[in-house]
Design a protein around this ligand. Structure first.
Ligand code: EPU
Length: 416
């Protein structure tokens, strides 16, 4: 099943329920091993979760998933090296670095995988571990990180990296003494992780600020957390509604997590209404062009940069999008151009010439959000679009085909 076919220009109407956040759950699952027993609710149905389950089972952790609720029992967990076969399937496997360092004082793991959207170095994570007293050895792509005793320290992140903030939190919660993370990431997924760690008995101050203070505790108890709604999935379907919706309701959204995204939609004149945790969307004509720059939270999310580019194709004039987080996150534009768009790449910025009308083609998914951008394009294009290499999409969009079919899209999976 690695192709999606879409017949575009159907009107989308009805309700789409947003699933739990991918970028939360991928840190919550590794975090769960810091205590013996945990429950995680509202887990999305995505392959990143399957791949983390595979790693947990390999480490002899008991794992059950039923109706979106995961029970984890890591009492008999073994500290085995996480080999390439497991670690390269998703980037977030590297959260086992912080979690296993926190639990065992030692971890061996091969280089992580994930979307090819830029250099994606993780030097801040490794420097953070060293600051906490760990030794980091690198042999080809194998990382061995160990510490006799982790000790609290003050860590200044050069950039508010989501991954580094997560990994340092995981290593620091059971360190002795106090750890300070300055310039910490403030993405909502960090708050979700902190609430999980706190439910286990971790002591963390400064939630939602860029200065986190972690007071180490010697033992953590059973933990419980509900995964927050996926703000990027929500944004993607809101865009689908603005392009093709008739009272399309996107439900289970936290609108506070999408303020900068709504600001852009307002500037464009898009038709949507927020009603509690629902966003009601309608096909919007005469959209104004806009200039967007991605930034760390609460700025415009890089993960919605590619999806919104598809909307900009329908605006009346030239829009620009500057990508400030990743070096290589415009791979969607090649295929959009093949479908009839006019987008120029000028270094870290693209110029999107609207309005253009798209027609169905054979396109390829290069990374997760590029895939989302192409699905949105296919839904608005005339004729049939085939999207190949959809494994990237299945990593991050829970029940994509079902959710879209339910609201009237003509979209289905096909074997190669
Ligand atoms: N960076 C470094 N060194 C580091 C860490 C980061 O140079 O040690 C650089 C990266 O190369 C990148 C930038 O800092 O240019 C941002 O990296 P960050 O660490 O914040 O991102 P991440 O943790 O790798 C998470 C999400 C991404 C999302 C970014 C930004 C997960 C699993 N991934 O990545 O999600 O784009 O934060 O919000 O949480 C996606 O969902 O499509 C996705 C890529």
């Amino acid at each position: 099943m690695d192709k999606i076919k879409v017949i575009g220009r159907q009107t989308l109407s009805g309700k789409i329920y947003i699933s739990g956040s991918k970028n939360s759950v991928v840190s919550l699952l590794p975090a769960s091993i810091l205590s013996d027993e945990c429950v995680i609710e509202k887990v999305p149905h995505i392959s990143d979760v399957d791949n983390l389950e595979e790693i947990l089972r390999y480490l002899n952790v008991k794992f059950s998933l039923e109706s979106g609720v995961i029970h984890i029992d890591s009492r008999d967990m073994k500290n085995l090296p996480i080999i390439e076969e497991y670690s390269t399937k998703l980037r977030a496997s590297y959260y086992f670095m912080g979690a296993m360092l926190g639990r065992f004082g030692k971890v061996e793991i091969s280089f992580p995988g994930g979307c090819n959207i830029g250099a994606r170095s993780f030097d801040f994570h490794l420097k953070g571990f060293e600051k906490l007293g760990a030794k980091v050895e690198v042999h080809d792509n194998l990382y061995i990180i160990s510490a006799d005793k982790l000790k609290g320290a003050e860590i200044n992140l050069p950039f508010p990296s989501v991954g580094a903030t997560v990994n340092i939190l995981l290593a620091a919660v059971k360190a002795t003494g106090v750890t300070i993370i300055n310039n910490a990431a403030r993405e909502p997924e960090i708050e979700n992780l902190i609430s999980f760690l706190t439910s286990m008995g971790a002591k963390i101050k400064g939630v939602n600020t860029d200065r986190l203070e972690i007071i180490g505790v010697s033992k953590l108890n059973g933990g419980h957390v509900v995964v927050i709604p996926d703000r990027i999935e929500a944004g993607t379907y809101i865009l689908a509604g603005i392009m093709n919706g008739k009272d399309l309701e996107i439900c289970n959204v936290n609108p506070n997590h999408l303020k900068s995204f709504f600001d852009v939609l307002d500037k464009m004149g898009a038709l949507y209404k927020i009603d509690g945790d629902k966003v009601i969307t309608n096909r919007s004509l005469n959209l104004k062009p806009v200039n967007i720059e991605t930034a760390v939270y609460p700025g415009f999310p890089t993960d919605l940069q590619q999806p919104i580019t598809t909307l900009l194709l329908g605006a009346n004039g030239v829009s620009t999008v500057r990508e400030t987080i990743y070096e290589n996150r415009f791979q969607n534009t090649k295929y959009l151009n093949e479908m009839g768009a006019h987008i120029d790449i000028l270094g870290d910025t693209i110029k999107v010439y609207g309005p253009t009308s798209l027609s169905g083609k054979f396109v390829r998914t290069s990374d997760l959000r590029a895939g989302a951008a192409l699905v949105l394009a296919a839904l608005s294009a005339s004729g049939e679009t085939t999207i190949s290499d959809i494994k990237h999409l299945l990593r991050g969009y829970s029940d994509l085909i079902k959710k879209l079919t339910n609201v009237g899209a003509k979209i289905w999976l096909e074997d190669e």
